[in-house]
Design a protein around this ligand. Structure first.
Ligand SMILES: CCCCCCCCCCCCCC(=O)CC(=O)SCCNC(=O)CCNC(=O)[C@H](O)C(C)(C)COP(=O)(O)OP(=O)(O)OC[C@H]1O[C@@H](n2cnc3c(N)ncnc32)[C@H](O)[C@@H]1OP(=O)(O)O
Ligand SMILES: NC(=O)C1=CN([C@@H]2O[C@H](COP(=O)(O)OP(=O)(O)OC[C@H]3O[C@@H](n4cnc5c(N)ncnc54)[C@H](O)[C@@H]3O)[C@@H](O)[C@H]2O)C=CC1
Length: 303
């Protein structure tokens, strides 16, 4: 299998030298993030097991990956046959499973990308009782690591949505993370063709520490009646050069995920008025308006 990996990497590698930090990667959670991580891991030469709760969800994940790969292939290859081969080879590197237990016995890296809920994440790691770098938006890595026995082999990988397009990867170490693990995670980031940055295990790491207050102030502006959703989005795109306004981005991230993140922040910082729950966000999630994934959020979408 290692040989296969190497030959694939030779065929499709960019100019960057790969470290081949890990060969087999298990991604747990096949939603927006897990699918994107699995896709990029496979397209950069890793063999991937993608795990979610049932085969219907996994079917949707694989469809999404296929569509995204076709978009990538269109840009990457002038020759359609080469593009088709890239999509087929990449898909062939991904297998699916409904339990992580069978995969982790032979994997080099476990990436957790399940729902943003500390107890659910801790329960998963208790079950795995193994190495587990993870993808959380805002939960401190140290809090999740409580459930891991081998903390020296535990660290945080924060990818960005959409994973195939966003170049950044935040790599977080906790005091218990060994130098060897941290170095391997950085090397893995390079293998995934991402630019890595690191910071302390501080709330929201770098990006979300700045993004969350910005997004929240946008929603408060609308709640106060200061400006409309459309005008806020237009202003931030044309006046600040952002590719999406805060409400378009919220729909893209998923309003349920946003609510999980905000609920965590307001629980951890009850005295900070900045992180108070948003009644608008709560109401929309209760109505099932979750953004693009449900067909409606701040804006309507074709299903
Ligand atoms: C308001 C509520 C307040 C609640 C408060 C709670 C706060 C919580 C907030 C925290 C959120 C935390 C989330 C997180 O942890 C961190 C994140 O990930 S934040 C999100 C970061 N991402 C962004 O900021 C994305 C910004 N948008 C963009 O960069 C672009 O819009 C995007 C690349 C997504 C799409 O580009 P666009 O030009 O708009 O559209 P196109 O469809 O034309 O695409 C352009 C280009 O890109 C290709 N492409 C797009 N998506 C994919 C994909 N998934 N796979 C493959 N290829 C893709 C597409 O093919 C186009 O290529 P061309 O060659 O140009 O045709
Ligand atoms: N949506 C975004 O833009 C970003 C999200 N994140 C973080 O990534 C994580 C995942 O987020 P999304 O992919 O957006 O969520 P999502 O809701 O799209 O996907 C979560 C997936 O996890 C699965 N799942 C839940 N419990 C599971 C379990 N015990 N075992 C296996 N699978 C399980 C669900 O079935 C679902 O398919 C969250 O921690 C989130 O904060 C990080 C960066 C960006």
């Amino acid at each position: 299998m290692a040989n296969l990996c190497k030959s694939f990497v030779r065929s499709f590698a960019t100019s960057a030298q790969r470290a081949n930090a890990f060969n087999h990667v298990t991604v747990i959670g096949g939603g927006l993030m897990g699918s994107g991580i699995a896709q990029v891991a496979a397209s950069t030469g890793h063999t991937v097991s993608l795990v979610d709760q049932d085969n219907t969800i996994l079917g949707k994940s694989m469809n999404g990956i296929h569509k995204s790969l076709e978009r990538v292939a269109k840009k990457k290859f002038e020759n359609p046959a080469a593009g088709e081969a890239f999509v087929k080879d990449t898909m062939g590197r991904i297998s699916t499973a409904t339990s992580p237990i069978t995969c982790v016995s032979h994997t080099d890296l476990v990436i957790e990308a399940i729902v943003e809920n500390l107890e659910t994440k801790k329960k998963l790691f208790r079950e795995l009782e193994a190495v587990a770098p993870d993808n959380t938006s805002s939960i401190p890595i140290t809090d999740i690591a409580v459930a891991a026995k081998r903390k020296d082999r535990f660290g945080g990988l924060h990818f960005f949505n959409p994973v195939p397009m966003m170049k950044l990867l935040e790599v977080i170490r906790i005091p218990a993370t060994s130098d060897a693990t941290f170095d391997k995670l950085l090397a893995f980031g390079k293998d995934m063709e991402k630019v890595t940055v690191s910071c302390k295990d501080t709330p929201g790491f770098i990006v979300n520490r700045l993004l969350v207050p910005y997004m929240l102030e946008a929603v408060r502006m609308v709640e106060r009646g200061d400006a409309s959703i459309q005008d806020v989005d237009t202003a931030m795109k044309l006046g600040a050069g952002y590719p999406m306004g805060p409400f378009e981005l919220s729909d893209y991230v998923g309003l349920d995920t946003m609510k999980f993140i905000l609920d965590g922040w307001s629980k951890n910082y009850p005295d900070n008025p900045l992180f108070k729950p948003s009644s608008l966000l709560d109401k929309m999630v209760a109505q099932g308006k979750l953004g693009r994934k449900s067909g409606e959020g701040f804006y309507p979408y074709k299903k």
